[in-house]
Write a protein that binds this ligand. Structure first.
Ligand code: SAM
Ligand code: SF4
Length: 334
């Protein structure tokens, strides 16, 4: 294979989207994502700035046009802005979109630099606007910083899309107001089903809320009209007549969307996971740290295309079940 051949898997899906985790560390501890005493990786195991950059260039050379930086919390990594700036220089030269997913706590500090590097849109995770509920769920009282971060991002000209995990007994009753608030500010919002990834203290079954039920409840207040709008991801979008905004649903559990998968994920240690919900993996760090990094990276990406599974196989169907995968979402990024 040449080092510019497109990435096409065994099911003829073309991979054009990379989600790259730059750290497994985070300044929050969202209860559905990680335990309070999460053990983080030793720094030597995490890819350096140069390695992350080289790896991203290897993907872009193979036809990846969209790159999302994630984590953990990407903005807690000290050299993150340098990476955003370096990758921003590839925009229009192979890369069509550079974006990130953040919890927003440090966005007020970095929004201007992110926008200046060429980022146009970001995803921001926000599950509640109630300060006490936020502090309980994220185990840190950081809602004011997040709201400042949102304001700074918008002032910097970044388009902000909110992602909200729908949680029974936690934010279920607040979802209509959260949607109305987001739309009132000109932000789209996407709801996500909680996924069984990694051990946490609570049983996720207790808070799992099928989005089919959420949608039925929302339709008592809002008029939802299905739209063909797509952002290259698995969300299905609806226009909300009453707010004039757009509402997305990501339903890994109630409605599988793997047929159109166009992405792979790489952890901060350079492990490529061919599927968010699968164990299939290729060690890109070993390739990058070998005698022939470029050649080894090409071979590793070809291997990834051979092992990418047709679909994920996770479910939340009974209380007390072990997570489908031991790996936390903060490893593979959202
Ligand atoms: N820290 C950043 C943030 O929160 O936006 C980026 C990484 S975080 C792992 C990415 C997304 O994954 C967030 O929207 C978060 O709500 C979501 N997430 C984390 N664990 C999840 C789980 N078990 N099920 C569903 N979504 C999850
Ligand atoms: Fe941190 Fe994001 Fe996980 Fe929350 S969802 S603990 S912000 S990585």
């Amino acid at each position: 294979m040449s080092n510019s051949a497109p990435l096409i898997d065994q099911f003829h899906r073309r991979i054009t989207y990379l989600r790259l985790s730059v750290t497994d560390r985070c300044d929050l501890r969202c209860a559905y994502c990680m335990p309070e005493r999460q053990e983080f990786l030793p720094r030597k195991d995490v890819l350096s700035l140069e390695e992350l950059h080289r790896l991203a260039l290897g993907f872009i050379a193979r036809g990846v046009t969209k790159l999302r930086l994630t984590g953990g919390e990407p903005l807690v990594r000290r050299d993150m802005i340098e990476l955003v700036q370096a990758l921003g220089r590839k925009l229009g030269d192979g890369l069509e979109e550079l974006t990130l997913t953040t919890n927003g706590t440090r966005l007020a500090e970095f929004a201007d630099a992110i926008a200046a590097a060429g980022v146009k849109r970001i995803n921001l995770s926000l599950d509640t606007l109630d300060r006490a509920a936020f502090a309980r769920l994220a185990r840190r009282d950081s809602l004011p910083q997040v709201l400042e971060g949102i304001a700074a991002a918008r002032a910097a000209g970044l388009q902000v899309k909110l992602n909200t995990v729908a949680l029974k007994g936690i934010n279920e009753g607040e979802l209509p107001d959260l949607i109305a608030w987001a739309h009132g500010q000109g932000m789209d919002l996407t709801l996500i089903e909680v996924m069984p990834l990694g051990e946490v203290e609570e049983d996720r079954f207790d808070h799992y809320l099928p989005l089919s039920d959420v949608r039925a409840a929302l339709e008592r207040r809002f008029t939802l009209t299905s739209t063909g709008h797509r952002t290259g991801g698995p969300a299905r979008y609806f226009d909300v007549a009453e707010t004039g905004g757009r509402l997305g649903f990501i339903t890994p559990l109630t409605n599988n969307f793997c047929d159109g998968c166009n992405r792979v994920r790489v952890t901060a240690t350079g492990q490529l996971y061919a599927c968010l919900g699968g164990a299939e993996q290729v060690d890109l760090r070993a390739a990058l740290r070998s005698d022939d990094p470029d050649g080894a990276l090409v071979a590793a990406l070809d291997q990834a295309m051979r092992i990418k599974p047709l679909r994920h196989a996770f479910a939340i169907d009974r209380p007390g079940a072990a997570p489908a995968l031991a790996r936390h979402m903060s490893m593979t990024g959202g």
